[in-house]
Design a protein around this ligand. Structure first.
Ligand code: HEC
Length: 158
């Protein structure tokens, strides 16, 4: 019984070290694929977070808590964008599908500024919702939506 437990421990520790080695030996292409998947996931979540408020602007019943929660999430996710593009995947994307323009990494300061604009826009949307409630829904949407488009126009491929 002891011997089985020992063999199990040895097997487990060798499996763990294989895992560690695999992480260390990630190729630039594998890292790019993972980073691309992560940034696309955050944009999908941005859509979900922003969707609640957008729906209310198009006539869904007003729900103050849901509108504010979604807007707080946009603020949080927007703050992650610069870091998510820290890895320049221009030469390493390989077969990974991405719509990110190569010019993100030749104009990273401008790109980061557009991410900061979205964060600031969502902060002002939250302020509008807090002060005006339902009457501020359209104004809040207008503080966020154009910030998405401004970056897509410049840095997202068709
Ligand atoms: C600072 C720039 C920037 C801002 C701001 C921005 N986006 Fe994007 N977005 C991109 C880029 C670049 C891509 C392409 C990413 C890729 O394919 O690697 C993208 C991709 C997407 C995608 C496609 C994700 C997928 O499934 O591949 C969606 C959806 C999206 N953005 C929604 C939004 C929404 C909603 C907002 C605003 C709340 C927003 N984005 C703000 C740059 C931005």
């Amino acid at each position: 019984m002891k011997r089985i437990a020992f063999a199990g421990a040895v097997l487990l520790s060798s499996l763990l070290s294989v895992n560690v080695m695999a992480a260390a030996e990630q190729t630039p292409e594998e890292k790019a694929a993972a980073d691309i998947a992560n940034r696309q996931a955050v944009f999908k979540l941005l859509s979900v977070a922003n969707g609640a408020l957008g729906g209310m602007a198009r006539g869904a019943p007003f729900d103050a808590a849901a509108a504010k929660l979604g807007t707080e999430r946009v603020i949080m996710l927007a703050g992650m964008i610069p870091q998510l593009f820290a890895n320049d995947t221009t030469k390493t994307a390989g077969a990974a599908k991405t719509r990110a323009s190569d010019t993100i990494w030749t104009g990273k300061a401008d790109f980061d500024k557009l991410a900061a604009d979205l964060e600031a826009g969502a902060k002002s949307a939250l302020e509008i919702l807090n002060t005006k409630g339902e009457a501020g829904v359209r104004e809040a949407v207008a503080a966020i939506g154009p910030k998405c488009g401004a970056c897509h126009d410049r840095f997202r491929l068709d």
